[in-house]
Design a protein around this ligand. Sequence first.
Ligand SMILES: C[S@@+](CC[C@H](N)C(=O)[O-])C[C@H]1O[C@@H](n2cnc3c(N)ncnc32)[C@H](O)[C@@H]1O
Length: 176
Amino acid sequence: MISAICISVASCVIAAWMIYTILSLAPWLPTRKSDIARIGTLSGLKSGETFYDLGSGDARVILLLARLYPDARFVGVEMSFVLHGIACARVFFSGVTNVRLIRGNIYTQSYGDADVLYVFGVRRSINSPRFLGVVAQLRAHSRIVLYNFTLKRWDGITVRDAPEGQTPLTIYTVPE
Ligand SMILES: C[S@@+](CC[C@H](N)C(=O)[O-])C[C@H]1O[C@@H](n2cnc3c(N)ncnc32)[C@H](O)[C@@H]1O
């Protein structure tokens, strides 16, 4: 009886968390490993620049890119305590020194130092006024890289990369 109650409560908590993340940005669904190097190349990331992964999950994107671009800085922002804990352990054991992880809400951070924002969020979230508030913080020439989904409207340069059999990436450059 007690175990049935515990299972029900745990299921409700997990379901509520899933719904919350869907409404906020996206539930945890990792970027395919085979797409990660493409993200670095298409973002035009250079030495000394700062790359953010908004909703960084287990940090797989920034960890791989941090090895490929040792002279760039990487920041992951993740709301889930569990995923953040896993990400911290992965970063610690990887030995990379150019990664910083923040446990928090992407909508309450500052992105004034960002050169690239990578986001794997659902269509509704990335077109919400809250997300557009994040984008509004970016400096001219910064890039936003979106996985699979796209913005409904953008006034700057847009590049779409959709090779057959791979997930589309769209890169938006912030105008002057
Ligand atoms: C689709 S997953 C992408 C994970 C990672 N970026 C990757 O590509 O492998 C979206 C992530 O965003 C996190 N998330 C959802 N809403 C968030 C919010 N408001 N602030 C921070 N993280 C959030 C989820 O917990 C989940 O890990």
